[in-house]
Design a protein around this ligand. Structure first.
Ligand code: ATP
Ligand code: MG
Length: 764
């Protein structure tokens, strides 16, 4: 039986599982995704399940595409009926059909983060809140967390009672929800939440989907949040032939790879799956088919420091393989230069292709230096997620035209283009129209249509009028039979003069923008040609809205890939460089400072994800110093490196410029986890400076920046003064990177934690 071929006994058991909940809990690279696809094939061919009854959910379009491809190969024709999709696209499909049930129109717009920010900016202004105190991003992230937990504006408000900041957030949340609704728009979180709302309020719709999706499968289950879990558990309840209710839900995941807590991922969804569904069958897969034993040993050694996890260890029948390379470079330029060099050498020796390499880092900003060096070495590369095509100004402008045509209630889009290209409509006029719309509770576009009735805009009136007739004429044309989306976008460009103005500008930048616009036209043409159903404007906009960064990567291209650790989830590469492995970067400052073990544990899981992407060779590196936010920083190697036993590591190519420390590698000689709580304290030297006793990273010759910890002359118990907070007593000092986190009890009864280098405390 070919579906079972090449599976180990545990994998086979999972593939053959038929009814009832199944939890496949397994480490990285153990074939979880593979099992999921084979199980789909097996359900269809052996249990005669109708492909129509299967729903497979995953996180990125790329993963969904891969899964569909694999299923197509095994199942053939009928695979088309299976829904293999991301959470968001599955929900958008449901919403397009049923959203009218909760008071939206089917032509709703999906707002991206830029749109959300513009909207929040308007709201903060409307509520007369000080934008310095209340930042759009912070408010939006509070709202998003609430939505992840399915907390409505009303619930948020009642919980906020007595907490000033939260009360403000509650007002913003309420207004935000109202405005989205008025604009017939959804943000990303709404896509899930509104689907749940439809299900909860409409029993008939829910029971339709429960009967339709009789077999539900979820990959990367560890990263589901509360809302997603609610969605799945609502759907996964179907009556068997004899009437018994079954939960044919198969979830696949690795608790050690949960890395989206900041987006609300709830690790307890996987840890508590069995208690949610007591009849759950659990299958563990332990054999890893991806990496060498040395790589797995390193991964195991790091992750075992986490306390909240199900115990498991990865092993492989593969040979031990190469040691893990570890290099501490002098700075980020040396790091990126040497890596580019190494890649060039391996490829020119014919040992590997460019696409076999991935460079993984913690934060997007780290990509820039690598980009420079790769260009210098003529190495083809792609940065995943650096500048999303659809975030570019010219693309957003043209999309805003399309969105205005599709959904005139989308205020953010209409406002974006009302004066782009310039048509002499000023801010005052826009404000007047906005106020009129708010007063009359109509959309901004409706207000434009009624411009004659708006006070004080007599002179601009005709301009508003011609904008409205321009949009109306696009709408009319689109309704003509045979009028394609391509004709529409070309007409928009022609009528607005958008490209003509760029041509007149004739700068490199303008020409780049024209190329991007041509690319957009190609995408529209490709959409019309490849679309399975009837191509529509709404369909195109939806596709655009759901494109995640990783989805733009075409695997056939021979390119080195650069991406954040988060984007690398689920992928594998023969050669992996984990770069910038420094305390303060990875784990990041906020995790180190938070004093919250949970945050460090999340970073550690991210490290585990990174290590387990590597198939053949893994290289870890860090830099002694690097520029960040315009300042030179000195970082010590990441604590995660110390968690890897030394015998697994091979130190290589240590930097050319030696410093006076004897320990140039920065490696702790004992592979023990440095424990923050038992870190040695600070000893005052005779000269009044402080030296860090017993720490191999900080030697006398090291840490000589003017703001470094070396210049701190106070310690616990000393009296200090601060420019703003006045005088106080030092209660605790903790070493962080090459700095100290100082806790001070100020005399005005405020306790504060601050970084020594920024606080500029003076001993008194
Ligand atoms: P991750 O946790 O990173 O998502 P995963 O558990 O989903 O990993 P897969 O991507 O399914 O793992 O498999 C990892 C690699 O091992 C793939 O290249 C896959 O083809 C291969 N593989 C899985 N099972 C077997 C097997 N029984 N025999 C040979 N190769 C296998
Ligand atoms: Mg996988």
């Amino acid at each position: 039986m070919h579906i079972l071929e090449g599976l180990n006994p545990e994998q086979e058991k999972a593939v053959k599982h038929f009814k009832g909940p199944l939890l496949i809990l397994a480490g990285a690279g153990s074939g979880k995704t593979r099992v999921l696809t084979h199980r789909i094939a097996y359900l269809i061919s052996e249990y005669n399940v109708n492909p129509w009854n299967i729903l497979a959910l995953t996180f990125t379009n790329k993963a969904a595409g891969e899964m569909r491809e694999r299923v197509d190969q095994i199942v053939g024709e009928s695979a088309g009926d299976i829904w293999v999709s991301t959470f968001h696209s599955a929900c958008v499909r449901i919403l397009r059909r049923h959203i009218e049930a909760i008071g939206y129109e089917r032509s709703f717009t999906i707002y991206d983060s830029d749109d959300q920010k513009s909207l929040m900016r308007d709201i903060l202004k409307y509520l007369q809140l000080d934008p310095k105190k209340f930042r759009e991003r912070t408010v939006l992230s509070a709202i998003s967390s609430a939505k992840d937990e399915l907390i409505s504006p009303e619930q948020y408000e009642s919980r906020a009672q007595g907490d000033y900041t939260k009360e403000i957030y509650a007002r913003c949340y309420r207004e935000y929800a109202k405005r989205l609704h008025d604009s017939n728009a959804l943000d990303f979180d709404d896509i899930i939440c509104k689907t749940i709302q439809i299900f909860e309020e409409n029993e008939d719709i829910l029971s339709y989907y429960q009967n339709r999706f009789r077999y539900i499968m979820v990959d990367e289950y560890q990263d589901t949040n509360t809302a997603q879990f609610r969605l799945i558990s609502l759907m996964a309840s179907t009556a068997d032939d004899d009437g018994t209710i079954l939960h044919n839900l198969c979830v696949v995941g690795d608790d050690d790879q949960s890395i989206y807590k900041f987006r609300g991922a709830n690790i307890y969804n996987i840890l508590n799956f069995e208690s949610q569904y007591p009849e759950t069958k659990i299958i563990k897969l332990e054999e890893n088919y991806r990496s060498t034993q040395n790589i797995l040993d390193a991964a195991n050694a790091v992750i075992k420091n986490n306390t909240v996890r199900k115990d498991k260890a990865l092993w492989t029948e593969k040979p031990k393989g190469d040691a893990i390379y570890y290099t501490r470079f002098e700075n980020e330029y040396e790091e990126s230069g040497c890596i580019a060099d190494a890649i060039a050498n391996v490829v020119s020796a014919g040992l590997a292709a460019y696409k076999d390499f991935a460079i993984l880092y913690r934060t997007n900003a780290q990509s820039r230096v690598f980009e420079e060096k790769l260009v210098l070495h003529n190495i083809p590369y792609r940065i995943v997620g650096a500048v999303n095509f659809y975030q570019r100004r010219e693309i957003k402008d043209l999309l805003a035209y399309l969105r205005t045509i599709e959904n005139g209630m989308d205020d953010i889009s209409v406002k974006r283009i009302i004066n782009v290209p310039k048509r002499g409509i000023g801010l005052t006029t826009i404000d007047r129209v906005t106020n009129y719309a708010l007063e009359h509770e109509i959309s901004f576009y409706n207000a434009l249509e009624n411009y004659e009735y708006i006070d004080g805009i007599s002179r601009s009136g005709t301009k508003l009028g011609s904008f409205v007739s321009l949009i109306d004429s696009f709408k009319r044309h689109l309704e003509e039979p045979g009028y394609s989306l391509e004709s529409l976008i070309r007409e928009i460009i022609e009528e607005t003069g958008y490209v003509r103005l760029l041509q007149e500008e004739d700068s490199d930048e303008a020409n780049g923008r024209i190329e991007n616009i041509e690319e957009l036209i190609s995408k529209i043409v490709a959409y019309e040609e490849n679309c399975e159903d009837e191509p529509t404007l709404g369909g195109f906009l939806e596709e655009v809205a759901l494109v995640a960064d990783i989805d733009n990567v075409d695997e056939s291209n021979d390119l080195v890939l650069l991406m954040t650790l988060h984007s690398a989830k689920g992928l594998e590469f023969p050669y992996v460089y984990l770069v910038g492995m420094e305390d303060g970067i990875f784990p990041g400052y906020s995790a180190i400072m938070s004093d919250n073990e949970e945050e460090i544990e999340e970073e550690r899981r991210l490290c585990y994800v990174g290590i387990t992407r590597a198939m053949k060779k893994l290289s870890l590196s860090c830099a002694r110093s690097r520029f960040r936010n315009g300042e030179q920083q000195f970082n010590r190697p990441s604590q995660f490196i110390n968690e890897i036993p030394r015998y697994l590591l091979k130190q290589s190519g240590v930097s050319s410029t030696k410093i006076s420390s004897s320990n140039t590698s920065g490696l702790n000689t004992t592979p023990l986890k440095p424990d923050k709580k038992t870190m040695p304290g600070i000893q005052k030297s005779e000269k009044g400076g402080a030296l860090f006793a017993g720490n191999p990273y900080i030697s006398k010759g090291f840490g000589t920046t003017n703001q470094s910890a070396g210049s701190v002359n106070y310690s616990v118990g000393d009296r200090v003064s601060h420019a703003r907070f006045g005088e106080g007593t030092v209660t605790e000092m903790k070493e962080v990177g090459n700095d100290y986190q100082v806790s001070v009890a100020f005399d005005n009864e405020i306790n504060r934690k601050m970084m020594a280098s920024f606080a500029k405390l003076k001993k008194i």
